[in-house]
Design a binder for this molecule. Structure first.
Ligand code: ADP
Length: 171
């Protein structure tokens, strides 16, 4: 079966996008005609960036990759795939700890729509330690994010944390 002529959808929080996500998207964009990075709006997580801000940061990162687009969604990912006539749902895998969660999500989605295949892509070794949560922790404490996020993301993180410390009267 050819992987070409197909749409791959990569859903997640991307709060914010980091080099681990970027690596997965770049690799997938070489296999599929079109990749849609889907930013979750209705996540139960407390996010630092609004869905629109997260979308813009991803769009800026992939402005020179024409087959990568970004969309927002709230609701079931399977419904989004159905709407787009897409069948491939991509998720990234870092360590064993990701595996159980991703397997149960894949099985739930399969139950909801048997036509959908979840494609689990291993993180490249140089990025397996990266998480959005860790990135925010480093940014909050003014650590060095070189090689972990794009310059735009680094700048946006700085602005967020400067604003939040100003509003708390720390600066
Ligand atoms: P979610 O809240 O849906 O887990 P994330 O934005 O944290 O969203 O991650 C989106 C996807 O990217 C998930 O499949 C996650 O496992 C994967 N991912 C996160 N960090 C990395 C990384 N460093 N390398 C590869 N994949 C990753």
């Amino acid at each position: 079966m050819s992987l070409k002529n197909k749409i791959a959808v990569y859903p997640g929080s991307f709060d914010p996008i980091h080099c681990g996500h970027i690596d997965i998207i770049q690799r997938i964009s070489k296999l599929y005609d079109k990749v849609i990075v889907l930013v979750a709006c209705s996540s139960q997580k407390m996010n630092l960036f609004t869905p629109e801000e997260r979308k813009v940061l991803i769009e800026k990162t992939f402005k020179s990759t024409p087959n990568v687009s970004v969309d927002l969604f709230s609701g079931l990912v399977v419904d989004y795939l159905h709407e787009k006539n897409a069948h491939i749902l991509v998720r990234g895998l870092r360590a064993v700890v990701d595996f159980e969660y991703e397997m149960s999500m894949a099985n739930m989605n399969k139950k909801l729509d048997p036509e959908i295949e979840t494609l689990l892509v291993f993180s490249s070794p140089e990025y397996y330690y990266l998480s959005s949560r860790g990135i925010k922790e480093i940014a909050m404490n003014r650590g060095n994010l070189k090689g972990m996020v794009s310059e735009e993301v680094e700048e946006s993180l700085k602005n967020k944390f400067i604003k939040s410390s100003q509003s708390k009267g720390k600066i």
